[in-house]
Design a protein around this ligand. Structure first.
Ligand SMILES: [Zn+2]
Length: 403
């Protein structure tokens, strides 16, 4: 295929096979018939890791999108910090903050509370309604250059644009970058954070790859994407969220003051081989090894008559369950807190989703932690309420029973 950013020929690195829509948790799994091929390719020219095929966005982000940022208290705190630390010390009355992919308004509500002009943009009607109920101004739209022009007409350009775990969802990355170029004021900042390629490679956290994540970025690829559009990378800050993320700050080239962090991270990425195809081919081989280890462990526990269930019916779990061919014979059910998911089945693998309360009443012997990126938060929450005999299984950064 051709790179979605620079159009060079890309190299295939890993193929996970046929996949359903990752977030398609349905009460009637017979209706879940759509499949696409989940595979990743690497561009040696701009160091961008990308999916070779992505389902139509309308199939993924719609009026019953069942992911609400505010459900994680840890993420809610994290986003509040992201919003507030990026505000300048002083700002004029017309200062405007925009968030692309505002979801349920978790981040923007702290801006709204300060009485600052703001605008959330999100393609899913139901989450936008939830944002509006928090007093957040929000519009239903996919962000693009055209959307940027419409928003400027209706509101204004933005001084600060924020986005978290959103840009990696947008396949036409050049149109997106042109949208930022248009929407951002001359001295404005665009701050976004995304799962980090360095962490994914290091931890072999291949479940970062699912339909919604068409890209996994690093500083090298981010710099290349925005440079082509008159913008530049001015800061990089590593984050612990989502199992290792990076926060990037982008400015117009002619207004940019570049921090030392950029050179430092770019150098680190070259030292780690993140610009080298061999690193990615090696990652592809490690995915197959991880799959084998997890399946062997589950089969072994099953043969010993142990009851194994899963914790957190995440979008990411769809890649793991389908790639590893795990069904309800190996994992009896998955417990989750999202009310829209309870009573449904996991996409493709047809494992029932029940509530955490129901799981705790009749707990399994082992729980596979699918939300491994929230391990500390979850284990702390469950330590007081879950039967202490239940053992946890993690599969990132390696397959093991948590001691
Ligand atoms: Zn490229």
């Amino acid at each position: 295929m051709n790179c979605r950013s620079c159009f060079s020929e890309t190299v295939p690195i890993v193929d996970f096979g046929k996949m359903p829509i990752a977030n398609n948790f349905l009460k009637n799994p017979a209706l879940d018939t759509y499949r696409f091929n989940l595979a990743a390719e690497f561009c040696e020219t701009c160091s961008l890791l990308q999916l070779s095929e992505q389902p139509d966005p309308e199939l993924m982000f719609h009026d019953h999108y069942a992911f609400f940022t505010g459900l994680s208290t840890f993420m809610a705190k994290h986003f509040k910090e992201m919003a507030l630390t990026n505000l300048p010390l002083t700002y004029s009355q017309d200062f405007m903050v925009s968030e692309i992919g505002c979801n349920d308004g978790t981040l923007l509500s702290s801006i709204a509370d300060l009485g600052i002009r703001h605008l959330g943009i999100d393609p899913s009607q139901n989450v936008v309604e939830s944002a509006r109920s928090k007093g957040v101004t929000a519009e239903v739209a996919f962000f693009s250059e055209l959307t940027a022009r419409e928003m400027i007409k209706k509101y204004s350009q933005a001084d600060l644009i924020l986005a978290a775990n959103v840009i990696c969802h947008i396949p036409d990355i050049n149109d997106f970058a042109r949208g930022i170029k248009t929407f951002l004021k001359q001295d404005g900042k665009f701050v976004f954070e995304e799962p980090y390629i360095g962490s994914m490679i290091e931890k072999v956290s291949y479940d970062q790859l699912y339909d919604e994540h068409v890209f996994i970025f690093g500083a090298l690829s981010v710099q290349s994407i925005f440079n082509k559009h008159g913008l530049t990378l001015v800061a990089c800050e590593p984050q612990v969220t989502h199992g290792g993320s990076m926060r990037y700050t982008i400015m117009h080239k002619d207004a940019a003051v570049i921090s030392e962090s950029v050179g430092k991270i770019l150098l680190q990425e070259k030292e780690l081989g993140l610009d080298n195809i061999e690193t990615y081919l090696n990652f592809g081989e490690n995915c197959a090894i991880r799959k084998n280890e997890l399946v062997q462990l589950l089969k072994h526990l099953n043969q010993k008559g142990r009851k194994v269930a899963g914790y957190a019916a995440t979008s990411k779990s769809t890649t793991v369950l389908n790639f590893c061919n795990i069904d309800s014979s190996l994992i009896s059910y998955i417990s989750d807190s999202t009310k829209e998911k309870i009573g449904t089945f996991t996409p493709g693998s047809n494992i029932p989703v029940i509530s955490h309360e129901e799981m705790r009443l009749n707990p399994p012997d082992y729980l596979v932690l699918f939300a491994w990126n929230h391990e500390n938060e979850i284990l702390a929450k469950e330590s007081g309420v879950l039967d202490s005999n239940v053992k946890w299984i993690r599969f990132v950064p390696k397959v093991e029973i948590v001691q």
